[in-house]
Design a binder for this molecule. Structure first.
Ligand SMILES: *Cc1c(COP(=O)(O)O)cnc(C)c1O
Length: 401
């Protein structure tokens, strides 16, 4: 979709609004499956937490995606989207035994990431097959905010605890049908990822009933010019060869699973906002938009740099701006950014707004969460209404004072 299409979306549905391009998601899905075309059984489970609108889940399901979920509510969303329970993997961290049992009752693949629950679950439900999340202690990226493979990470069961895992499995007679890792959200170096994979292959030899090996995600997508991007094609070639050799030695065609979130949806999303005020201070020109970290928190939380484009004045002379929000808190989206001249009323598009943007939004300052629109086959479909005051007040209980 082009800038004119985006401007029409704002005309029709107002701002701020998230817009997702179905074609880009499909392209990413195809790129991934193409890269692993030499693997007999490939399973792509979309990480629901990246963007969890039911219509988006339906779309991804139509491509052939399963779903990777981290809460019982995400399991329910996936089921709502028509995904079969056996196409859903449930990979929670630190949730109660009760919630895991509820997910098991719904028939989804359970993935356990601590010894305590593994022992409890195996003792109570030895007949329900379980996947184990291993922490190989390999850091995929350099940013400690989003790396989960380090030694004191709360994620996964340490590879060094394999003897204990084996003891639990032997004692409970539970069946381990999958083994999993998710080392973080930034695969910068494919060789580091392959190194972690070797640890997972080694771990896999401890189990005789495996059906799949899940390599998680962490595929990096470029946010700004010059950003490193995971070379999926190279990873596909190298990991496929290694995976096929492993299956040969294991004596069975296993399924190779991934669970990408960002890779599938990030670039497909644009967040459109309107400029309320252009404010000149002694040193800075601020463009204040009708949004804030209540709608898009990644720049403040992770220091993410979303490209910002002035789509209503694309040929304007470029100047430097600080793009900030309207909430009563520091909410800087971008500092000293070169953007085509911004006038009050202009529409700015934040790029790469598909993953971890809407799903992390809140009602802070009692503002409404934005509408969401899916651009599908040349048409704009409203897939989430903008909130109203009713939504703000809904669960509040007014007592008589
Ligand atoms: C968040 C998450 C993912 C998706 O990570 P991306 O970086 O968005 O691809 C995959 N697996 C698990 C277990 C996760 O928690």
């Amino acid at each position: 979709m082009n800038s004119q299409d985006l401007l029409r979306v704002v005309q029709e549905f107002d701002s701020p609004v998230y817009v997702y391009d179905a074609q880009i998601m499909e392209g990413q899905y195809k790129r991934l499956t193409q890269a692993f075309k030499n693997v007999k059984n490939l399973k792509v489970n979309y990480a629901v937490k990246a963007l969890s609108n039911v219509s988006v889940l339906k779309l991804l399901r139509s491509f052939g995606c399963g779903m990777d979920t981290v809460s019982i509510q995400e399991v329910r969303l996936a089921l709502e989207a028509g995904v079969e329970p056996n196409d859903i993997i449930y990979t929670p961290n630190g949730v109660s035994m009760e919630e895991i049992e509820r997910a098991a009752e719904l028939g989804v693949q359970i993935n356990i990431d601590n010894l305590s629950i593994l022992e409890q679950f195996g003792t109570k439900h030895p007949s329900i097959p379980v996947c184990i999340r291993i922490n190989p202690h390999v850091m995929a990226g350099g940013n400690t905010n989003i790396s989960v493979g380090h030694i004191d990470s709360k994620f996964g069961i340490s590879i060094h605890q394999m003897p204990h895992i084996k003891r639990i499995v032997e004692n409970t007679k539970m069946r381990i049908n999958g083994i999993h890792m998710h080392t973080g959200s930034d695969i910068l170096d494919i060789d580091v990822f392959l190194y972690a994979s070797e640890i997972l292959f080694q771990a896999a030899t401890n189990f005789n009933d495996l059906e799949f090996i899940d390599f998680g995600s962490g595929f990096k997508v470029p946010y700004k010019k010059g950003d490193i991007e995971t070379n999926i094609e190279e990873l596909g070639e190298k990991l496929s060869t290694r995976f096929n050799a492993f299956c040969e030695s294991y004596g069975k065609d296993l399924t190779l699973a991934f669970e990408p979130g960002k890779f599938l949806v990030s670039d497909a999303g644009q967040f459109l906002v309107k400029v309320n005020v252009v404010k000149q201070t002694t040193s800075t020109v601020f463009a204040q938009v009708d949004s804030g970290f209540n709608h898009l928190i990644r720049p403040m939380l992770y220091g993410s740099q979303h490209e910002i484009e002035n789509i209503s004045n694309p040929v304007g002379r470029e100047r430097f701006y600080s793009v900030v929000g309207y909430i009563c808190e520091t909410d800087t989206f971008a500092n000293n950014r070169r953007i085509a001249e911004i006038r009050e009323g202009d529409i700015l598009a934040f790029h790469n707004a598909g993953a971890y943007c809407f799903t992390m939004s809140s009602n802070y300052n009692s503002r409404y969460r934005p509408a969401e629109v899916l651009w599908y086959k040349g048409l704009a479909h409203l897939i989430r209404k903008r909130e109203t005051f009713e939504d703000i007040i809904r669960n509040q209980v007014e007592i008589d004072l």
